[in-house]
Design a binder for this molecule. Structure first.
Ligand SMILES: [Zn+2]
Length: 512
């Protein structure tokens, strides 16, 4: 059977198996029925002949055999930026997706000749690339964006964020805040994020529903927090979260999130690593973030945070270290040897004046470095395009070398490099057959892209989150031409606005 599919400016005709009739059937005793069947079959054959080029194939029994190349989705683009080993960029290309996997990449013509898809995303004015990896976030903090700005880290944390969280953060806050964050991340083409916040079961439920891919932490912190009384309590609760979600959904990986060196004692950090080893889960932690942490570690332990972690065997399992602004040369060697994934958060580091991370030195030493936004309270958005741009610019001004951190390097950090840093290098981060289909289309028909000399340069130095046109995760469409398919935008807006009004009223009451 044939059907027309109109996708943007492209009209495609999909053909299945035309009904076949043999000469022998023509000789049967039911001439009228046979004739009808013959005419029908001839009609289909004619249609097939016209529609499915090359015509000489259409006349052959190829049309009779079951179609082996029926697939779920074809994603087309004027450019396919694969981020593979060779940095391949295909002009006028397409990505074939089936059963959640990328099964082939090639020219649009070849892919459409080889495969017949249930759906097609047209490629006019589209750049197709891997989804972005946000390696460090506190998603539900979207509800605290702008609540306290222009403060240094410890003032901001101890006098504003921690007290506000104890007062306002509950299950409902996390549900609404995480969904708001997922909306923004999908809008901006982020397909995977690594989250550290409270009520992780609720975070996981939101992620499960909206279709994103995430590492979700059981946060461990040695103080009263919204969902635990102490480090020991958070370890017990974390264990229950890990048990609930391990192996439950391939997009969701439960991890442990010990907050930092300065909010946990060395034995609590070691206990968290022991729990991670026992449950075969990775860890994410704030590491060497601020001058405060550096001084605290020297005064408390007589060594850097990274040396402390090494001395207690903290790096004995997969670790994602967020920030790493103040590593020494020997710290960088430890990070490289122990394959610790580092997540650079330029906006947050600048906003809180944490410092400038020696990203170029770490990359040169072979450290795995990805990018993240941190929470929206210290950013104040979740725009990975902005992180790319600022990461590149910050290194150039810090080193006084415009060649430092090129556009292609920073694009790699946001995609494949980030995937490797968080331990998903074999799963996502590049467009290659066999990887999960986490694929985005960036529209580059907005006038701010004109002219387009270099597509990689534009992705890093021009593109914004509003330029993302479609987002596919695990082969499922989450956003198409800006339309959300798994999140009710107006409900999210309403719920977030109402909850923020309650927070604002309570803060005004408290400060009266
Ligand atoms: Zn953070």
């Amino acid at each position: 059977m044939c059907s027309f599919h109109v996708t943007g400016a492209i009209i495609r005709l999909e053909c299945g198996k035309p009904e076949h009739i043999s000469r022998k059937e023509l000789m049967t005793l039911n001439p009228s029925k046979t004739l009808t069947k013959y005419l029908l079959a001839t009609g289909y054959a004619m249609l097939f002949l016209v529609a499915c080029s090359p015509p000489e194939q259409a006349a052959e029994p190829a049309a009779e055999s079951p179609n082996p190349n029926a697939i779920d989705l074809i994603i087309e683009g004027e450019y396919i930026v694969t981020m593979d080993d060779g940095g391949l960029v295909i002009q006028d290309g397409a990505v074939a997706v089936d059963d959640g996997l990328i099964i082939a990449i090639g020219s649009t013509q070849d892919i459409n000749r080889e495969y017949r898809a249930n759906g097609t995303l047209a490629g006019d004015n589209r750049i197709v690339m891997p989804g972005l990896i946000n390696g460090h976030s506190h998603a539900a903090m979207t509800l605290l964006r702008g609540v306290a700005d222009d403060l240094d880290l410890m003032d901001w944390l101890q006098n504003y964020i921690f007290p506000a969280e104890v007062e306002f953060v509950d299950d409902e806050f996390v549900r609404i805040g995480t969904e708001l964050a997922c909306w923004e991340m999908i809008r901006g083409g982020t397909t995977t994020f690594v989250d550290m916040y409270y009520y992780p079961d609720m975070i996981a439920q939101v992620v499960e529903q909206c279709g994103m891919r995430a590492y979700i932490s059981a946060t461990v912190i040695d103080q009263r927090s919204p969902d635990a009384e102490s480090a020991a309590d958070s370890l017990v609760k974390g264990q229950s979260f890990v048990n609930n979600w391990q192996g439950r959904n391939s997009r969701i990986t439960p991890v442990w999130g010990p907050h930092a060196n300065y909010t946990l004692k060395a034995e609590q950090l070691a206990a968290t690593r022991a729990a991670a080893i026992e449950t075969n889960t990775p860890i994410t932690i704030h590491l060497s973030e601020s001058p405060f942490e550096t001084t605290y570690s020297e005064q408390t332990y007589g060594m850097t945070s990274i040396e402390l972690m090494e001395s207690i065997g903290f790096f004995d399992g997969p670790t994602i270290g967020a920030h790493v602004v103040w590593p020494t040369e020997s710290d960088i060697q430890i990070l490289a040897e122990r394959r610790v994934g580092i997540i650079h958060n330029p906006t947050s580091n600048m906003k809180i004046s944490a410092g400038i991370s020696p990203v170029v030195d770490m990359l040169n030493a072979g450290v795995l470095v990805g990018l993240g936004t941190d929470g929206a309270a210290s950013n104040n958005d979740l725009d990975m395009w902005e992180e790319m741009r600022l990461a590149a610019l910050l290194q150039k001004v810090a080193t006084m070398d415009p060649k430092a951190l090129s556009a292609s390097t920073v694009l790699r950090m946001a995609t494949r490099g980030g995937a490797e840093a968080v331990g998903l290098g074999d799963t996502v981060g590049s467009l290659e057959a066999g990887k999960r289909a986490d694929v985005i289309q960036v529209a580059f028909d907005d006038v701010h892209f004109v002219p387009t000399y270099d597509v990689i340069s534009h992705l890093v130095y021009v593109a914004d989150e509003q330029d993302v046109a479609s987002v596919t995760i695990d082969g499922k469409l989450l956003m198409r031409d800006g339309e959300f398919l798994t999140i009710d935008t107006e409900r999210v807006r309403r719920e977030a606005t109402e909850l923020a009004a309650r927070i604002q009223n309570a803060l005004a009451e408290r400060n009266r």
